[in-house]
Design a protein around this ligand. Sequence first.
Ligand SMILES: [Zn+2]
Length: 62
Amino acid sequence: MIGPFTAGLHIRGLDRDDTPIADYLCGTCGAHKQVTGRTDVAEFLATNPPADHAKRCKPRAA
Ligand SMILES: [Zn+2]
């Protein structure tokens, strides 16, 4: 189930035995990235998604 997201980085399930899910939603351009799985989430977080995205964030033209 995908709920409404607020902008920013969200991680769920890391503290449980479930498959963890990490989301990053950019409040500026609306870009959304989601990764699932413990390994993928760990790699995703290691890239510092907000900083990484900010380098290529392209705000939508008004
Ligand atoms: Zn962006």
